[in-house]
Ligand binder design. Structure first.
Ligand code: NDP
Ligand code: OXD
Length: 309
């Protein structure tokens, strides 16, 4: 029984070596390595080619090499009966917390304007409200969103979150469902998207949503590129409705060289690094989940069938 891995070339060998060390009894091979496809029972995937899983007739489980499973579900020929395990854990949460706090603070303290003033040798003393007067809104209160909400609260921000089902998180104002979306947006000076990509959330960051935010609000999208309607964001920034956007994820990755985001003065582009899973910590989480699956034990990261995230 062997394991197949699909991941971008840059870190493929590193992943293979690490997973092999962690799962010595299961031969691990990369997508393009030669081998017996009928022996493959486990697949660890990041953006595999559509239809590609059909060559493994004995596959038992799919592991997403990440928290999101949208890249797995995007395959129109996905063997739908197979269970899917996503990857979570302390390391992913820690990294996302660092990214979100960094960029919320950057926008809160208006660092982009100060950095832009430096080449002009301009002494730009901006007066900011303290964090307790800055309202941050987190879309998605799952593993990552809830953790970021608490970290921002600990810094002193006035934090709210929005999720599908009602949450109770000490110190965080929690909104739930479409009916409370408007009230949530109205009090989000800095909006952070940490939603999964589903049919309900695709394109959610659009002109309608931007219109519901306070004037001069900022957005941070660390979830998926397809959450954002890019043309609507450009119009909102250029029209002065939004002050700034920090974007880690894009419709097309890497972001094409001629994309207008690259040199837009109000956009910061980061290359999908908010919480990049690495083979050391990520590998441990994946191996532990696979072992539990193989031994027939419950796997907390198993995706509920039909839930879509
Ligand atoms: P979770 O599944 O733990 O949490 C998702 C949250 O979104 C839940 O609170 C859920 O509500 C809420 N949600 C889902 N659908 C809706 C909806 N229609 N309306 C309102 N709320 C909704 O996910 P994670 O926190 O682990 O990860 C979130 C996403 O972050 C991933 O799917 C991935 O796309 C992205 N990500 C990006 C990374 C990067 O490096 N840029 C790294 C890792 C993840 P409820 O609680 O009620 O189910
Ligand atoms: C993930 C990601 O989903 O890295 O984990 O985007």
């Amino acid at each position: 029984m062997s394991l197949i891995i699909h991941v971008g070339n840059a870190r493929a060998q590193w992943w293979k070596e690490h997973l092999q060390t962690l799962l010595p009894e299961i031969p691990c091979r990369l997508w393009n390595d030669p081998g017996d496809d009928t022996a493959v029972h486990y697949a660890v995937l990041w953006k595999h080619p559509p239809g590609g899983l059909l060559r493994f007739p004995n596959l038992e489980v799919i592991v997403s090499m990440g928290a999101g499973i949208d890249h797995v579900l995007a395959d129109p020929e996905l063997p739908r009966h197979l269970p899917i395990i996503r990857t979570t854990g302390f390391d992913l949460t820690q990294r996302m917390r660092e990214y979100v706090c960094l960029h919320v603070l950057r926008l809160h303290r208006r660092l982009p304007e100060i950095e832009a003033a430096q080449p002009r040798r301009e002494w730009l003393q901006l007066v900011n409200p303290p964090a307790y007067e800055r309202r941050v809104g987190i879309m998605g209160l799952g593993n990552l969103g809830a953790d970021c909400a608490l970290a921002l609260k600990a810094i002193g921000f006035d934090v709210a979150g929005w999720s599908k089902s009602r949450k109770e998180i000490a110190g965080i104002t929690c909104f739930a469902g479409d009916g409370e979306r408007r009230a949530f947006l109205e009090r989000s000076d800095i909006l952070v998207c940490l939603l999964p990509l589903t049919d309900e959330t695709r394109g959610i960051l659009d002109a309608d949503l931007f219109a519901g935010l306070p004037k001069d609000a900022c957005i941070i999208n660390a979830a998926r590129g397809e959450h954002l309607v890019e043309a609507d964001l450009l119009a909102a920034l250029d029209g002065g409705r939004l002050r700034a956007a920090t974007l880690d994820v894009f419709h097309k990755e890497p972001l094409p060289e001629d994309h207008p985001f690259w040199d837009h003065p109000k956009v910061l582009v980061t290359p999908h690094v908010a919480s990049l899973i690495d083979p050391v910590a990520g590998g441990k989480a994946i191996a532990a989940n696979l072992r539990r699956f193989i031994e027939g034990e419950p796997v907390a990261d198993m995706v509920e069938p039909g839930r879509g995230y």
